[in-house]
Design a protein around this ligand. Structure first.
Ligand code: GDP
Length: 462
């Protein structure tokens, strides 16, 4: 497949050095026109100091001709990130310089790259599978030790390897069944149904282990959702601000003004939490405030952990959730000196309460520790695969559904242990499972639409 040559700025603005990337068949032809040195025959993986020049300025002495002093690194197909001939130009980190160099490259045969186009080419040229390409985006976005480790492991093919194992087991099953099909007129059963059943059960358990890991993977990547629920004025916005070390939420002395849900993430001990600030819970005739209550109930339902906030003399709201989840009972404003009777209301089981002052920061550490504890993120073993990507999770869930049909076909149905389906029907379902798994790594079947969807989330230059 021939591709035009693409170029893009690969570094963020504001650094001392900017990096411009070029990749495609005519990389060196384009570069030759604007670089002061002839690099047509230089060896791969070498660096070359020289100038980017504007070839339209004819006078070689003119300072107008020189755009910048740069270092050019040379990569040759297939030993490059994209698998194509490519180069990287390191220039001074000026927006103006980077723009001019890009313009010169474009004027001399290159095209501006689309988001993720370098990585997409790496995928199309077989340098990595789709799940590895996605890991590149995750790696760039990783902001803590856990997400970094999961992305690195996926990039290095940990997940791909695991999927390959599953694939081989499934192919083994299919081949056993197909052998039987070849001799179907002779009424032989080459594939022992118990063996097949055991194999399918093992595969199903393996897939379940992967889909189960998504809860952890998703929490680590997108944050553990936390809702802060409490009556108006108990200090929900103040608490959020303190936790965010920022003032992104509106703090107001007027009751019931935090009407919009404000979502933000923070890192506590390497774990990302996604906070959902909500309007207070209280009975009210005010329509908008009532909406706030409904929304905060919804937030509590969506959350994985609920912080129920109160202050001395204010009862905790009566929260009835459909799902059981950790609820932290937190009493705010412990900096205020109150008559001891004020604490009467909360005196029953004081050890369960976390006393804080959102204003002074007292007790916040205890609250943070409680959040980390309740998030219950399991310690990840070095070699364990964690599914972090919704697309992968969905494909695995599909695979599991189709595999359940295989299991039923093999007679795993407890009520009818001996009703087994003919081999060709079982083989059909097995193929569906294989297709589902192939979608994750991106076999031939991956549609352009899926590819566009995945790579459009990348930055330009990656
Ligand atoms: P919300 O309606 O629950 O979001 O409450 P706010 O965060 O807007 O706080 C209501 C009022 O309580 C504001 O005047 C805050 O300054 C005050 N407040 C919040 N937390 C504390 C605290 O820990 N101690 C004291 N003394 N006042 C607080």
């Amino acid at each position: 497949m021939t591709h035009h040559t693409i170029c893009a700025l690969a570094s963020p603005p504001g650094g001392a050095i900017a990096v411009i990337r070029l990749s495609g068949e005519s990389t060196f032809q384009t570069l030759d026109k604007v670089f002061s040195k002839n690099i047509a025959d230089v060896p791969a993986n070498t660096l070359h100091y020289g100038q980017i020049v504007d070839p339209t300025v004819k006078d070689s002495e003119s300072e107008r001709r020189v755009v910048d002093d740069v270092i050019v690194s040379i990569y040759r197909a297939p030993h490059s990130y994209t698998g194509e001939d490519s180069a990287e130009i390191s220039c001074h980190g000026s927006r103006y310089i980077a723009q001019r160099i890009l313009q010169l490259l474009i004027d001399n045969g290159a095209q501006q790259a689309q988001p993720g186009e370098f990585t997409q080419r790496a995928f199309l040229n077989g340098k990595m599978d789709l799940s590895q390409a996605e890991a590149v985006a995750d790696l760039i976005a990783s902001n803590n030790a856990a997400t970094h480790r999961m992305a690195i492991s996926q990039l290095r093919g940990g997940f791909s390897h695991e999927l390959n194992e599953l694939r081989e087991q499934l192919l083994h099953m299919t081949s056993l069944l197909e052998l039987e099909l070849d001799f179907s007129d002779q009424d032989v059963e080459f594939a022992n149904r118990t063996t097949l059943l055991n194999l399918a059960t093992a595969i199903s358990q393996h897939i379940k282990q992967l889909t189960d890991s998504f809860r952890t993977g998703n929490a680590l990547k997108n944050g553990v959702p936390v809702a802060i629920i409490g009556a108006p004025n108990v200090g929900k916005s103040t608490l959020l601000n303190t936790l965010l070390h920022d003032d992104r939420a509106i703090v107001s002395e007027i009751q019931g003004t935090t009407r919009d849900l404000i979502e933000d993430t923070i890192q506590i001990q390497g774990i990302t939490f996604r906070f959902i600030d909500t309007a207070g819970i209280r009975r009210t005739k005010d329509h908008i405030e009532k909406m706030g209550i409904e929304r905060s109930m919804q937030a509590a339902e969506r959350a994985q952990i609920v912080i129920l906030l109160s202050e001395p003399n204010v009862p905790f709201p009566d929260l009835r959730l459909t799902q059981k989840k950790p609820i932290l009972h937190v009493i705010n404003k412990c900096d205020q000196t109150l008559p001891s009777s004020s604490f009467l209301f909360h005196r029953d089981t004081p050890s369960q309460y976390i006393h804080i002052s959102a204003l002074t920061g007292d007790g916040i550490q205890l609250l943070e520790n409680a959040l980390v504890r309740e998030a219950a993120i399991p310690e990840i073993a070095g070699n364990e695969t964690i599914v972090t990507n919704m697309r992968h999770y969905e494909a695995l869930m599909h695979a599991q559904t189709n595999l359940q049909r295989v299991l039923q076909g093999l007679g795993s149905n407890e009520n009818h242990p001996n009703t087994t389906l003919p081999a060709d029907l079982i083989a059909e379902d097995l193929r569906l499972v294989l297709n589902d798994l192939a979608e994750i790594t991106g076999g031939k079947i991956t549609s352009q639409e899926t590819l566009n969807q995945i790579f459009s989330n990348f930055c330009v230059g990656k």
